[in-house]
Design a protein around this ligand. Sequence first.
Ligand code: ZN
Length: 135
Amino acid sequence: MSYDVEKPDEQWRVELTPAEYAVLRQAATEPAFTGEYTDTKTKGVYSCRACGAELFTSNTKFESHCGWPSFYDPKDSDAVELIEDRSHGMVRTEVRCARCGSHLGHVFEGEGYPTPTDQRYCINSISLRLMPDEG
Ligand SMILES: [Zn+2]
């Protein structure tokens, strides 16, 4: 798999904080209910904190009460890449930024949330940067 934005590991380490690097480049998960965007309702676009690609919008953000920002759909279907993740003894679907391959979180399906897709993109706040709408 190759990405439009590819950088050597040392470069990512310089550009990202240690906490950002651990999640974005090493697929760590920030602790629940600690991320800065968990309960954010500000209107705007959420971009990849590693490369700036636009990934999600506030329009599809919903209150899942799971402890992480949750969206029922990406901004564009090709903005994210979905990969089967068999780590930690579970089969999950990892969500990555399609432009730089950075880890964003996981997507879950069929949980019964009252959203149009019945999907929950469970995304680490630290993987995102909110750009609020003007005005
Ligand atoms: Zn990215």
